[in-house]
Design a protein around this ligand. Structure first.
Ligand code: ADP
Ligand code: TRP
Length: 334
């Protein structure tokens, strides 16, 4: 039976964090046995917001190493760097003719970026979703494991694919966002301000490269409050986030204990001790991050092996990409 094709990418714009892990990489690892998987480092995409490329190569290597340290097996998946596959740029060119300025200007990410970097509202930023569509369609992928924030980009990829198929013939299947939980996961920043992200408050972001002491310090500083006013309250999102993290790294008994404590708390009778909860979470988080960090560091030191892995990924990715681009050229150019 033919396995379905899966694709996803991560931008090398900083250190990978728990949001990336639980929103993306954890799913990659689960998918590698069931699907025909392509995972890549989106270094072209990072140029839309990070034109200074002094640290780019190092960041690309780190993302590759961290993906492997998280459990991706390069014998099972194709793990590659976007710029090693020029066929993506060619497909981007054709798709750009099918993407309209009005719809691109309306996307949330473009509007956000135009606001945060008003001096550099470049055309690459505007056509970011077109390049992302090319990433996906070049392997004719149907499942795209990504976090919630990427749903709009996926919808645009389907629009471009549909327009292409309609005009030039059925080449592309429709790609959809994918997450095992059904609902897409979102990890919040530990300060309670928005999602955990590479570029936001670094003290409120847990990185896969953080050492034990840093992890402890960040978690102990995470935002909490005086506790719920009435039993069985709805949790504020920053508290819910601590429970989410705990569910991912602590034992079921531990989560149950703190959850029961929360539900039994009210003003004047606060059973839950957030200090204890954070201490427990910190220790469990250290056990979780430590092996990933150590494996990733070791791989980054072994540049010979890393370069070999990257070259092998490029070969495999190009063989799939060139099959698609030949169909596309024929369909568009005759
Ligand atoms: P960042 O926002 O930190 O720059 P990226 O945009 O490169 O991260 O995201 C890489 C992957 O990680 C995407 O699939 C994205 O949806 C996922 N992701 C990033 N941050 C989070 C988060 N806080 N919660 C869940 N998933 C996330
Ligand atoms: N835009 C994605 C992000 O910010 C990264 C990305 C680029 C991507 N190309 C992709 C994700 C293709 C999935 C598929 O997270």
């Amino acid at each position: 039976m033919n396995k379905e094709t899966v694709l996803s990418g991560i931008r090398p714009t900083g250190f990978l964090h728990l949001g990336n892990y639980f929103g993306a990489m954890r799913n990659y690892v689960k998918m590698q046995d069931e699907y025909n998987c392509y995972f890549f480092v989106a270094n072209w995409h990072s140029l839309t917001t990070h034109p200074d490329t002094k640290e780019l190569r190092q960041a690309v290597n780190r993302v590759i190493a961290e993906n492997i340290a998280c459990g991706l097996d390069t014998e099972k998946v194709v793990l590659y760097v976007q710029s090693d596959v020029p066929e993506i740029a060619e497909l981007y060119l054709y798709l750009n003719m099918l993407a309209y300025k009005g719809e691109l200007e309306k996307t949330t990410t473009f509007k956000d970026k135009a606001r945060t970097q008003p001096d550099n509202v470049n055309a690459g930023l505007l056509t970011y979703p077109v390049l992302q569509a090319a990433d996906i369609l070049i392997h004719r992928a149907v499942k795209v494991p990504v976090g919630k924030d990427q749903e709009q980009n996926l919808e645009m990829a389907r629009n471009f694919a549909q327009r292409f198929n309609h005009r030039y013939g059925e080449i592309f299947p429709m790609p959809f966002a994918f997450n095992y939980g059904g609902e897409l996961v979102k990890i919040l920043s530990l300060d309670g301000n928005g999602k955990m992200s590479k570029s936001e408050n670094q003290l409120a972001t847990l990185y896969l490269a953080d050492d034990d002491e840093t992890i402890r310090k960040k978690i102990l500083k995470a935002k909490t409050d005086a506790g719920p006013d009435v039993p069985n309250s709805i949790k504020p999102d920053y508290i819910e986030n601590l429970f989410t993290l705990m569910q991912h790294v602590s034992s079921a008994d531990t989560v149950k204990k703190f959850n029961d404590d929360f539900n039994n708390s009210s003003s004047g009778n606060c059973v839950i001790r957030y200090g204890d909860m954070k201490k427990q979470l910190a220790e469990d988080m250290i056990k979780f991050i430590q092996p990933i960090r150590e494996k990733a560091t070791e791989l980054q030191r072994n540049t010979g092996l890393l370069n070999k892995i990257i070259a092998q990924g490029a070969d495999k990715a190009r063989s799939s990409a060139s099959a698609t681009i030949q169909l596309v050229r024929k369909a568009v150019l005759g």
